[in-house]
Design a binder for this molecule. Structure first.
Ligand SMILES: Cc1ncc(C[n+]2csc(CCOP(=O)(O)OP(=O)(O)O)c2C)c(N)n1
Ligand code: SF4
Ligand SMILES: [Mg+2]
Length: 296
């Protein structure tokens, strides 16, 4: 049995798995050209690099096109309830700490109906990785305005253009205190794979925002092809991912500059909630057993 500690800090991959081992037989029904195909490919590769077998992985999602993703993997998947992936995933990790827990969903799922769960998942710091496929639209329900839609976005629910300021997922999670915050794009499959792998290895709550274009209802300018030209790698710009304040400055350019890479990684990760619970259980369990012993 692999201990939970190994799940967080496992060394070089044992090379026992390939990306194919994590791809299920279910054929994705995403539209041709949807960014989510690239996200799935990056997740398969990252999981192969991590080297945990599929049956030791729990993959939870909400509802949306993006939330179909657990079904396209060989991990144990739960395509759950709109906006409720994070509470379910946290419960799974507490009940089964030895599992590697992934959570995924859309911008609507995570920052609209599920937005109230994000700060608490961050501050609770349970060891899981939250992947948001941010296409700035409600894809599954055919193109309504989402919390990350840019001002002026025209949709059936904002026919004159959105009059709201969008949510900034990078700045929000940094401000909530997340220990790991990154952004990737399907246009850069190698980069996205490395980001997801690093997020999984981070011992605590990690957040990856993926600019995953919706080719059917999303911004026609934000497509995989154009991402290749617009993306700017944080590492190449000399960003120090241990600098949280600088990370927050860079995150403010969400919607303007397409930064990819790790914005912030806490160099001194605090103890996770799940580890503290286990330690408390270890302390209390023998005492409780003693108090229940006959003759006590
Ligand atoms: C409680 C509830 N409210 C609303 C819906 C309808 N609904 C399904 S998916 C969705 C939004 C999808 O957008 P997003 O989360 O961004 O995912 P995407 O499809 O863009 O990947 C909505 C509003 C629902 N299924 N359940
Ligand atoms: S509607 Fe958009 S998000 Fe949904 S599968 Fe099609 S391209 Fe992808
Ligand atoms: Mg969406």
């Amino acid at each position: 049995m692999i201990s939970p500690e190994q799940a967080c800090t496992c060394g070089p991959a044992p090379a026992a798995y390939t990306a194919k081992d994590f791809r299920s037989n279910l054929k994705p029904i995403w539209c041709p050209g949807c960014g989510d195909y690239g996200v799935a490919a990056a997740i398969y590769r990252a999981l192969a690099a991590i080297g945990r077998p599929p049956h030791e992985i729990a993959f939870v999602s909400g509802i949306g096109c993006s939330s179909r993703i657990p079904g396209y993997t060989t991990a144990y998947g739960f395509n759950s309830v709109h906006g409720r992936a994070l509470p379910i995933a946290q419960g799974i990790k507490l009940a089964r700490p030895e599992l590697l827990v992934l959570v995924a969903g859309g911008d609507g799922d995570g920052f609209s109906i599920g937005g109230g769960h994000v700060p608490h998942a961050v501050r609770r710091n349970i060891d899981l990785t939250y992947i948001v496929m941010d296409n700035q639209i409600y894809g599954l329900t055919k193109g309504q305005v989402s919390p990350t839609s840019a001002r002026g976005t025209k949709t059936p629910t904002s026919v004159y253009g959105s009059m709201e300021e969008p949510v900034n997922p990078l700045l929000y999670t940094l401000a909530y205190g997340a220990g790991f915050v990154a952004q990737g794009v399907p246009a850069d499959l190698d980069g996205l794979t490395a980001i997801i792998e690093e997020a999984i290895r981070y011992p605590g709550f990690s957040f990856v925002n993926i600019q995953s274009p919706c080719v059917s209802f999303g911004d026609a300018e934000n497509q995989v092809k154009s991402q290749k030209v617009r993306m700017r790698k944080l590492a190449a710009e000399g960003h120090d991912s241990a600098n949280r304040i600088r990370a927050m400055e860079l995150a403010q350019e969400y919607g303007q500059t397409l930064y990819t890479g790790v914005f912030y990684r806490n160099p001194n990760p605090p103890p996770t909630f799940d580890r503290q619970v286990r330690e408390l259980q270890d302390q209390l369990q023998p005492a409780r057993e003693r108090s229940q012993a006959p003759g006590h």
